[in-house]
Ligand binder design. Structure first.
Ligand SMILES: NC(=O)c1ccc[n+]([C@@H]2O[C@H](COP(=O)([O-])OP(=O)(O)OC[C@H]3O[C@@H](n4cnc5c(N)ncnc54)[C@H](OP(=O)(O)O)[C@@H]3O)[C@@H](O)[C@H]2O)c1
Length: 337
């Protein structure tokens, strides 16, 4: 007898959902049973576009007992409450990044998952790309000697008119929480430890826009072995989204490091581009790679886990703790004023 597929519910129907569903369509062991949002209209549009059978309110979805796991892709400030409601309603949860606005908020979410015996993971999809595993292996085998410095930036050009959420303090906008967290997660992935120190600068309220969030920032982390990570994020300028890793015996360049598909290894004896294999169940869909994290969540749920062995609660908490520290250096308080 064929086993039942894992049934997903989407708690939100915004910009990211379109991209995420293209990844979900590549997965066998799941079906999207329903989509919810505050306004029936946006959920209905999403349902029509992708043939999702159920359209409902958040409350109606959480009351259903035929949904195994929910995806929470809503503005940052709504992550905590919606996640806790879902966990209390007995649902497993994949919550978008940043999992919460502060480390203390995430503690409450993790405690709730533990209490209810349900799975909770922050959707840091970068960590599940095949290339991420290949990179970790290269570093482990010492391909570039000792890793001494990482440099990365994640930055794109937007405006308050085009993407109000990014510039809105009430929705915890700003570059650090939107894309800087990718730099921090990547640093955690390659250095495999929490830095001893982090400090940086941010631009806010510096021109005619009078922004109340960080439009751009630069920050540096220092590790106990003297290694450094130099990171930048921005939402009003585009930069190359590249990470460079510099070691005592060579370097690795990873273009578009937050959804990595290839890397350039350069040492005294090697100079080569290394590509990751791509698997597509449904050809012709321009999926970006969300299927890897989705597959991992499905596997964790099948195994009855409460947290991922890869994207652990500790890693989420570590990154949010660094964000707390940076925001406090920049005078960006939460709740935002
Ligand atoms: N992994 C990635 O690659 C990636 C990419 C982009 C964004 N993201 C993350 O995904 C999340 C959503 O981003 P987005 O750009 O898709 O946001 P969005 O378009 O502004 O909103 C997403 C959804 O949230 C609902 N919503 C808005 N305010 C809410 C509230 N206060 N409570 C509950 N629901 C609310 C909206 O629906 P209604 O107004 O119809 O209710 C909409 O369906 C963010 O955490 C962001 O950082 C991740």
């Amino acid at each position: 007898m064929e086993r039942k597929k894992i049934r997903w519910g989407l708690l939100g129907a915004g910009v990211i959902i379109d991209r995420w569903i293209k990844g979900a369509m590549q997965e066998e062991d799941m079906e999207i049973a329903a989509v919810a949002s505050r306004t029936a209209q946006s959920a209905q549009q999403m349902a029509d576009r992708y043939g999702i059978p159920g359209v409902m309110s958040y409350g109606e979805m959480l009351a259903r007992d035929d949904i195994d796991v929910v995806y929470v892709p809503v503005p940052h400030t709504a992550h905590k409450d919606l996640t806790i409601r879902a966990l209390e309603a007995g649902k497993n949860v994949l919550v978008e990044k940043p999992a919460a606005v502060t480390a203390a908020d995430f503690d409450e979410m993790a405690a709730c998952a533990e209490k209810n015996g349900k799975f909770l993971m922050e959707a840091v999809w970068t960590r599940f790309f095949p290339l991420a595993g290949m990179l970790e292996e290269l570093l482990k085998e010492g391909a570039i000697g000792d890793l001494r410095l990482m440099q990365s930036s994640f930055a794109f050009r937007s405006t308050p008119e085009a993407a109000p959420r990014l510039f809105d303090p009430a929705r915890a906008g700003g570059a650090l929480l939107d894309v800087g967290v990718y730099d921090l997660h990547f640093a955690d992935m390659v250095f495999k430890r929490q830095p001893e120190e982090i400090s940086g600068m941010a631009s806010m309220d510096t021109d005619s826009l009078h922004l109340k969030v960080d439009e751009q920032n630069c920050f540096t982390a220092r590790y106990d072995n003297g290694a450094l990570a130099v990171m930048t994020s921005a939402v009003r300028t585009t930069m190359p989204d590249t990470a460079w890793l510099f070691g005592t015996e060579g370097s690795i360049e990873i273009p578009v490091f937050w959804k990595p598909s290839r890397m350039h290894l350069k040492t005294d004896t090697r100079d080569e581009w290394i590509e990751a294999p791509v698997s597509q169940k449904v050809a012709g869909i321009e999926d970006e790679g969300y299927q890897y994290e989705i597959r991992h969540v499905n596997e964790c749920i099948r195994a009855g886990l409460t947290q991922s062995p890869v994207m652990t609660w500790e890693k989420t908490k570590n990154v949010l703790t660094l964000c707390d520290r940076l925001r406090s250096q920049w005078g960006l308080k939460y709740p935002f004023e």
